[in-house]
Design a protein around this ligand. Structure first.
Ligand code: ATP
Length: 623
C-alpha cells in the first residue's frame, strides 16, 4: 500500500509562492466569492454598515444621555420625566435597530458562505464525474473527499466574518471623521492604532501562509489514509493488520497534529497583540481624552462619546483580523479546489447518434493499441469484430489486457492508436447518451448503491417499469433471491434496502443484481468483464444461454475463465501480452493453439479444485 502523501498536491501548487502576494490572492478569492453570491453579501454588508451606523449613533445617544440627563439630574437632583423618556426611547430604539441589523449581517454572511460552498461542491462533483478514469486512478478517494469538504470550507472561511469586517471598516472610517471632528489629539490616537493593527494582521497572514498550506495538505492525507483503511476494513481485519494500519493512520494524524500546533503557536503569538491593541487604544484614548477634558478642549459628553466609540470599536476591529487571519488558509483551499476544477483530460463526445433500436450492435476493434499514462503498452494492434447477435469470449492469462479491452469497448478509455467502432461509427464520434443507451459494461467487482433493489436497477432511467425490472432480474438469474428478500413485510422484493455497497447481499447476488441493472436498459452490446465469477457455474451457464436466446438479443463481449462459459461463445479471441495470438471457436483453438489449450485446462483444473474444496468443506460442515 502506498501512502498518499501531499501526494496529490500538484506541482503547479507547489511552485506558487504562498507566503507573498497572499493578501492580493486572498482578496481576489473574496472578490470571486462575492460575485458568486452578490445578494446575500449585499444584505450582510448593508446590515453590517447599518449596524455600524446605529452603533456610532448610540455613542452620541449615550454621550447625550450622560450630559443631558445624568449630569443635570446629579447636579439639580431632578430631571424632567419627558427628557428621561426621550433618553429611554432613544436607547431602546437604537438597541432594537442594532439587533435587527446584526441579524441581517449574520444571515447574509451565512447564506453567502453556504451558498458558495454548495456552488463549489457541485462544480467539483461535476468535474470529478467528467474526468477520465486515468485521472481518478491517480487521485485517492480520500483526497477527493477532502477537496469537496476541507478545502471548500477553508476557501470560504473568511466569508463568515466578511460582512462584519466590511461594516467595521465603514465604522472605522466614520469614527475617524468623528474623532477629527471632536478633537485632533484623540484622532491621533486612532490614527496610530488602526494602521498598526492592519500591519500586524498582514504580518500574521504572511507568516501563517506556509503553515496553512502544510496543514491543508495533511488534512487531505489523513482523509486519504483514513478512507483507504476504512474501505479496506475487511482485508485489514482478515489479515490481522489492525496495528500496522493504526500505526499508518497515526503517522498521518500526528503530522497533522504537529502542523496544527504550529498554526496554533503562531496564532497564540499574534492573537494577544491583535486583540490587545484595541484595548490599549481604548486606554490611551481615555487618558488623552481626560487630559483634553481637563484642558477644556472637549466637554464631558464628548469624552463619553469618544470613550464609548473606542470601546465599541475594540471588538469589531477584530473581525478584520479574523478575515485577514483566514486568508492564507483560504488561498490554499482555493488553489486545491481550482486544481480539481481546472483538471483536464475529460472525454469529449461527438454529435453522432446510433438508431434507437433493440437490434444487436456490431463492435469492431481496428488496429487498436493502448498505453496507460505511465507508458505501459497494454494492447498492441488488436483487430477483431463482434458481429451483431454473436458472443465473443476474451480469454488470456492474467495481465494479458482483457479488462483494458473491455474498458475500450465501453469507452471508459480511448485507444492510443486505431479505432473502436459501433455499427461502423467511431465511439469518439458518438454522443454520450447514445453510447450509454447502446452499451452496458458489467464489471467483476459489482457496485451496489445504499438504496432499494428497484433504485439500484433503474438508476433513474426513464421508462423502466417494475415488469421490465423483473424481466431483467429473470434474465440475470436473480428473480428468486430478490423475490425471497423481505426486510419487513412492507418493504420486500424490489423495495428491499440493500445497505451500503450491498452488504446485505452475497457476492454472487450482487453480481447478478448489477447484471440485471445492465440488462434492464436493453443494451445492444453487453460487455461482461468477469461479471459472473462469483455466480455458481451452472447458473452462470444458464444466464449466458438465456442471453443468447433472449428476445432482447444483444451482442456480447465476455471476459471468461470457465470452460462451459467459453464453449458457449461463437468465437474466442485469445490474448497474450496485449496481442491477439489466436481466434476461432473454442474447439478449434483447443486443437490448434497449445498455449490456449494449456490455459483453459489450467482454468478447468483450478475450477475443479475449487468445487472439490467446496464439497469437502460442505461435508466437513455437515459432519
Ligand atoms: N492503471 C494502470 N496503469 C498502468 N498499467 C496498468 C493499469 N491497469 C492495468 N495495467 C497493466 O496493463 C496490463 C493489462 O491489464 P488488464 O487489467 O487489462 O489485464 P487482464 O487481462 O484483465 O488481467 P486479469 O485477468 O488479471 O484481470 C497489465 O500488465 C497491467 O499491469
Amino acid at each position: 500500500m502506498t501512502l498518499p502523501t501531499g501526494a496529490d498536491t500538484p506541482s503547479s501548487l507547489d511552485d506558487q509562492p504562498v507566503d507573498d502576494r497572499i493578501l492580493r490572492q486572498g482578496l481576489r478569492n473574496i472578490g470571486d466569492m462575492i460575485r458568486l453570491e452578490p445578494k446575500p453579501f449585499a444584505i450582510g454588508a448593508a446590515g453590517a454598515m447599518a449596524n455600524t451606523a446605529v452603533t456610532l449613533f448610540l455613542s452620541f445617544v449615550v454621550g447625550w444621555v450622560v450630559s443631558g440627563i445624568a449630569v443635570p439630574a446629579y447636579e439639580n437632583g431632578e430631571v424632567a420625566f419627558g427628557t428621561v423618556m426621550v433618553g429611554v426611547a432613544a436607547l431602546l430604539g437604537t438597541s432594537i435597530v442594532r439587533f435587527s441589523t446584526m441579524c441581517a449581517r449574520r444571515i447574509g454572511a451565512g447564506v453567502m458562505m453556504f451558498g458558495v460552498q454548495a456552488h463549489w461542491r457541485r462544480r467539483i462533483t461535476r468535474r470529478y464525474l467528467a474526468l477520465p478514469v486515468s485521472w481518478h486512478q491517480k487521485h485517492p478517494t480520500g483526497t477527493l473527499l477532502s477537496n469537496a469538504n476541507a478545502d471548500v470550507e477553508a476557501a470560504t472561511r473568511p466569508l463568515a466574518p466578511l460582512p462584519f469586517a466590511v461594516g467595521t471598516l465603514f465604522m472605522v472610517v466614520v469614527a475617524m471623521g468623528a474623532f477629527f471632528w471632536i478633537d485632533w489629539a484623540i484622532a491621533m490616537v486612532a490614527l496610530g492604532m488602526f494602521p498598526t493593527l492592519f500591519a500586524l494582521n498582514a504580518l500574521f497572514a504572511t507568516k501563517m501562509a506556509p503553515r496553512a498550506k502544510r496543514a491543508q495538505e495533511l488534512r487531505a492525507e489523513v482523509s486519504a489514509v483514513g478512507h483507504e483503511s476504512f474501505d479496506g476494513a475487511l482485508v485489514v481485519k482478515a489479515m490481522g493488520r489492525e496495528a500496522a494500519e493504526t500505526e499508518r493512520f497515526s503517522a498521518s494524524a500526528e503530522a497533522l497534529r504537529d502542523a496544527m500546533i504550529g498554526v496554533g503557536r503562531l496564532r497564540a503569538a499574534f492573537e494577544p497583540a491583535i486583540s490587545g491593541l484595541p484595548e490599549i487604544g481604548v486606554l490611551v484614548a481615555l487618558l488623552v481624552g481626560l487630559a483634553r477634558f481637563e484642558a477644556g478642549a472637549i466637554d464631558l459628553g464628548q469624552l463619553v462619546t469618544v470613550s464609548f466609540m473606542f470601546s465599541v470599536l475594540a471588538f469589531p476591529v477584530r473581525a478584520i483580523g479574523w478575515v485577514l487571519g483566514d486568508l492564507p488558509g483560504s488561498v490554499v483551499g482555493r488553489r486545491r479546489v481550482d486544481h480539481v476544477l481546472s483538471a483536464t483530460g475529460d472525454m469529449t463526445y461527438g454529435d453522432n447518434e446510433l438508431p434507437e433500436t433493440t437490434t444487436p450492435a456490431r463492435l469492431e476493434f481496428d488496429a487498436v493499441a493502448y498505453a496507460y499514462p505511465d507508458g505501459h503498452e497494454a494492447l498492441h494492434e488488436v483487430t477483431f469484430t463482434v458481429e451483431p447477435g454473436t458472443t465473443v469470449a476474451l480469454v488470456g492469462a492474467t495481465g494479458s489486457g482483457k479488462s483494458t479491452l473491455a474498458h475500450l469497448a465501453a469507452r471508459l478509455i480511448d485507444p492510443t492508436r486505431g479505432a473502436v467502432t459501433l455499427d461502423h461509427q467511431d465511439l469518439r464520434d458518438l454522443t454520450h447518451a447514445s453510447l450509454a443507451r447502446t452499451t452496458a459494461l458489467v464489471q467483476q467487482i459489482p457496485f451496489v448503491f445504499d438504496d432499494t433493489i428497484r433504485a439500484n436497477l433503474a438508476l433513474d432511467r426513464a421508462g423502466l417499469t417494475d415488469d421490465r425490472l423483473w424481466d431483467a432480474l429473470i434474465a440475470a438469474g436473480a428473480e428468486k433471491f430478490v423475490a425471497a428478500l423481505a426486510s419487513t413485510p412492507e418493504t420486500s422484493g424490489l423495495d428491499t434496502e440493500v445497505g451500503e455497497r450491498g452488504t446485505t447481499l452475497s457476492g454472487g447476488q450482487r453480481q447478478r443484481l448489477t447484471l440485471a441493472r445492465a440488462l434492464a436498459g436493453t443494451p445492444r452490446l453487453l460487455i461482461l468483464d468477469d461479471a459472473t465469477s462469483a455466480v455458481d457455474p451452472k447458473i452462470e451457464s444458464q444466464i449466458l444461454t438465456g442471453l443468447k436466446h433472449s428476445a432482447d438479443l444483444a451482442s456480447v463481449l465476455v471476459v471468461a475463465y470457465r470452460r462451459a462459459t467459453i464453449a458457449l461463445a461463437d468465437e474466442v479471441v485469445f490474448l497474450e501480452d496485449g496481442r491477439i495470438t489466436a481466434r476461432g471457436t473454442h474447439q478449434d483453438l483447443l486443437q490448434t493453439h497449445q498455449p490456449y489449450a494449456d490455459l483453459v485446462t489450467a482454468y478447468e483444473r483450478a475450477e475443479a479444485e475449487r468445487e472439490f474444496e467446496g464439497e469437502f468443506n460442505d461435508e466437513e460442515a455437515t459432519a
